[in-house]
Design a protein around this ligand. Structure first.
Ligand SMILES: C[S@@+](CC[C@H](N)C(=O)[O-])C[C@H]1O[C@@H](n2cnc3c(N)ncnc32)[C@H](O)[C@@H]1O
Length: 278
């Protein structure tokens, strides 16, 4: 989705697809992510976590259940996502979660950022033309010592073996969306961007979520769901019929090769810190 589009309302079909992608991303990928982030300080010692670009809040809800002593302030530009998040909290109340609408780049923060000692930016920076600008805002507004836990995709390392044209086509379509942005395949750039923004890089790690650890059927469905979502934004890149053929081809491939089929979804996890005041 182009950078300036997140603030706009979307139709209910697109919204449903977004929610599906966001929930699946949390379900499939959060266990490995969280295990790594814990090694670098995520846990009950964080008294207040700021979730920037929280979406429908599934990640923070997962973290809150894991760390009961950690309070969370969740922010996002998109009012529809936040309404869905609030609905979820009506069904599963959590007084330690606060929700605020905030466009990270264009507005002063509605929340006291300095009260947080950690922030999470999960699959959010990728939608900015220049993620450096966001990091710079955070460097200026967060307290010294605040930890940042950042998740980004690294789609150029994705593969399927045995190879399949339909899989390559999905990656090509993803890249077509990102071509509009200054930095496609953002994950690998994170350490350098963080350093340039004046933050300290503590650690950066490549994580491959594979058909072996999240399960081939689930990972396949994830690729298909993101393809359908991406198609909304660049409908001319492949027709609906071609999208259906790609899906069928992926399903046939998995049926043919079964356990012999190995494919991954790669991410770069980066942990950074706001430096102490000079
Ligand atoms: C792929 S979603 C990730 C959601 C959530 N972090 C997660 O992991 O489930 C990207 C989120 O970034 C938000 N976003 C995009 N531009 C933003 C901006 N300028 N300010 C705040 N949030 C923004 C979108 O509304 C969306 O919820």
């Amino acid at each position: 989705m182009p950078e300036d589009k997140f603030g706009e309302d979307i139709n209910s079909e697109l919204f449903t697809q977004w929610v599906k992608v966001l929930d699946t991303q949390v379900k499939l990928f959060s266990p490995k992510e969280v295990a790594i982030f814990e090694r670098f300080g995520l846990g009950n010692n964080i008294h207040c976590l700021l979730d920037i670009g929280c979406g429908v809040g599934a990640y923070t809800q997962t973290l809150r259940k894991r760390y009961p002593a950690m309070k969370a302030i969740c922010t996002d530009i998109n009012a529809q996502f936040l309404t869905e998040f609030k609905k979820r909290l009506e069904n599963d109340p959590d007084p330690s979660i606060e929700i605020h609408q905030w466009n990270t780049l264009e507005e002063p923060s509605p929340v006291p950022l300095k009260s947080c000692n950690a922030a999470v930016l999960r699959l959010m920076l990728t939608f900015f033309n220049n993620p450096y600008d966001v990091l710079k805002v955070l460097k200026e507004q967060l307290s010294p010592g605040t930890l940042l836990f950042i998740v980004e995709e690294e789609d150029r390392l994705a593969f399927i073996e045995p190879g399949l044209q339909a899989f390559d086509k999905i990656l090509e379509i993803w890249r077509a969306v990102r071509k509009e942005l200054d930095i496609p395949s953002l994950g690998r750039h994170m350490p350098n961007l963080i350093k340039q923004a004046g933050l300290e890089v503590i650690h950066s790690e490549l994580v491959a979520h594979s058909s072996y650890d999240v399960g081939p059927a689930d990972l396949l469905e994830y690729y298909i769901t993101t393809l359908r979502l991406t198609h909304h934004y660049i409908p001319n890149y492949a027709s609906l019929k071609e999208i259906e053929e790609i899906e069928q081809s992926l399903r046939n491939h998995l049926a043919e090769f079964g356990k012999g089929c190995f494919f991954i979804y790669p991410q770069i996890l980066t942990i950074a810190r706001v430096p102490d005041a000079p």
